[in-house]
Design a protein around this ligand. Structure first.
Ligand code: FAD
Length: 419
């Protein structure tokens, strides 16, 4: 029996949607999670670099690094069985084109309290010393996206969250004091549900739901990304390698396939585009379908072997393609802000996004603040101007300032917003 009156409708069954559905269910009430694909956690939550960030990656944003350090421990404690800690991880600081020197990187790690030790000589000598200044061993592991999917599916079932797969939230058709009406579509059939709260956790498609509902788009940048799934060179002995800090490569375990991903700051993004208030919303998913984009693995590995000659023995298996979405602010200082924004047109709808898997903890805290405030107001314990339109306060939440439109290298097909 499909519920038509809900406390919370969560749109999007990625890691964020699943976590927030569990959170809402824990505070009681009927929660429905809808996912347009035929499995949960099958999009960005599966097709990513699998790095559980422990702060090292963001020397240009100390706040992001510190939050990463906190969330790292939480994630490892909570999802122990979904984490692969079996491999050594080396960060190599490049000479020349790096935005940070080895000395600055060491100082930065000291400041954020991230463990850092010089790599063993046998590892350092694998790198080309004319291009790499120093190599360090760090403590940073990978998550197994398939194990995470299994865990979230089980948790949702145990908690009694109702889940509808192959179900797309098409648009919000009405909004009132007590919530919103949302039109769902499952296998050609349409169904309306009413929910007091709608959480839009659709990541790269946040604006599709908003614009189709007559709401303003949130400024966001999208990239069509390629991660090459590879067998790493045997000489590396199963180690992960990240070269800092600029147009370099990373080699990370991808535990769910027992392979590694090779990514490159220059070649992983194949094209980019931006959603803005005045532009039509591009359908990035069409780029993931036919014809398959052309792999840039050859370019990635050619550049990687300049820094780590052993990389020439890397064997290509296939590519993971995904649309990556960033808040415009990330472009300026490499930070990874979270988004939690209430729609002015549909106040029952909150759009949620985090640039890293474990930023979900920041989103949950910020959501707690917003919903706690709204409950206080409803009980008459607090009053303030336009509480429902408020954004959560900094520092947990960054508003996304309007940014200039970025140039698109290859224009994706566009969809005209439905009226
Ligand atoms: C190339 C790449 C590399 C990355 N590397 C890392 C990394 O190493 N470490 C890290 O922490 N993070 C990484 N990330 C970021 C991380 O993957 C995301 O922050 C996280 O997966 C977002 O989860 P989500 O649930 O919001 O999105 P998703 O997992 O994409 O879930 C959104 C879901 O919404 C569904 N949906 C969309 N529209 C609708 C609709 N109208 N109705 C119903 N369902 C809908 C989609 O099908 C999808 O399943 C990477 C991302 C990319 C793309």
């Amino acid at each position: 029996m499909i519920p038509t009156r809900l406390d919370t409708l969560v749109v999007g069954g990625g890691f964020y949607g699943a976590r927030l559905a569990l959170l809402q269910r824990a505070s009681g009430g009927r929660v429905l999670l809808v996912e347009r694909e035929s499995a949960l956690l099958g999009r960005a939550s599966l097709r990513n670099q699998a790095r559980v960030h422990n702060g090292y990656h963001y020397p240009r944003s100390i706040l992001t690094s510190l939050r990463s350090r906190l969330n790292y421990s939480r994630f490892l404690d909570e999802y122990t069985e979904c984490v692969d800690r079996s491999f050594p991880h080396f960060y190599a600081v490049a000479r020349g084109m790096s935005k940070i020197t080895a000395g600055q990187f060491t100082e930065f790690c000291r400041r954020i309290g991230a463990p850092l030790t010089p790599a063993p000589a046998a590892v350092t000598k694998l790198f080309d010393s004319s291009r790499i200044d120093s190599v360090f061993e760090v403590q940073e592991c990978a998550f197994d996206a398939a194990a995470l999917r299994a865990r979230m599916t089980r948790d949702l079932e145990v908690a009694g969250v109702e889940v509808m797969l192959d179900t797309e939230a098409e648009r919000i058709t009405g909004s009132g004091v007590h919530g919103a009406t949302v039109q769902l579509r499952q296998r050609g059939e349409s169904l309306d549900v009413e929910a007091e709260l709608v959480l839009n956790c659709t990541y790269s498609r946040l604006n599709h739901l908003l614009v189709r509902s007559g709401a303003a788009a949130i400024p966001a940048k999208h990239e069509l990304t390629e991660l090459a799934l590879v067998e790493p060179p045997p000489e590396l002995g199963g180690a992960a390698v990240t070269v800092m800090d600029g147009p370099f490569f990373s080699l990370m375990p991808y535990p769910s396939r027992e392979l590694f991903t090779l990514s490159h700051v220059r070649y992983t993004p194949q094209c980019s585009w931006q959603d803005g208030p005045d532009s039509p919303i591009a359908d990035g998913d069409r780029l993931l379908r036919h014809p398959a984009p052309e792999s840039r693995f050859v370019h990635m590995v050619r550049d990687a072997q300049r820094y780590l000659p052993a990389m020439r023995a890397t064997k290509y298996v296939e590519s993971l393609w995904e649309v990556k979405t960033l808040m415009p602010r990330s472009e300026q200082d490499d930070s990874r802000p979270i988004l939690l924004r209430r729609s002015a047109e549909h106040p029952a709808c909150l759009s949620v996004m985090g640039a890293k898997i474990d930023s979900v903890y920041d989103v949950e805290e910020a959501l707690g603040v917003i919903l706690g405030d709204a409950k206080d107001v409803a009980r008459g314990e607090r009053s303030f101007v336009a509480p429902l339109l408020r954004m959560t306060p900094a520092p947990l939440l960054r508003m996304t300032p309007p940014a200039p439109l970025l140039r698109m290298t290859t224009p994706p097909p566009t969809t005209t917003p439905a009226s």
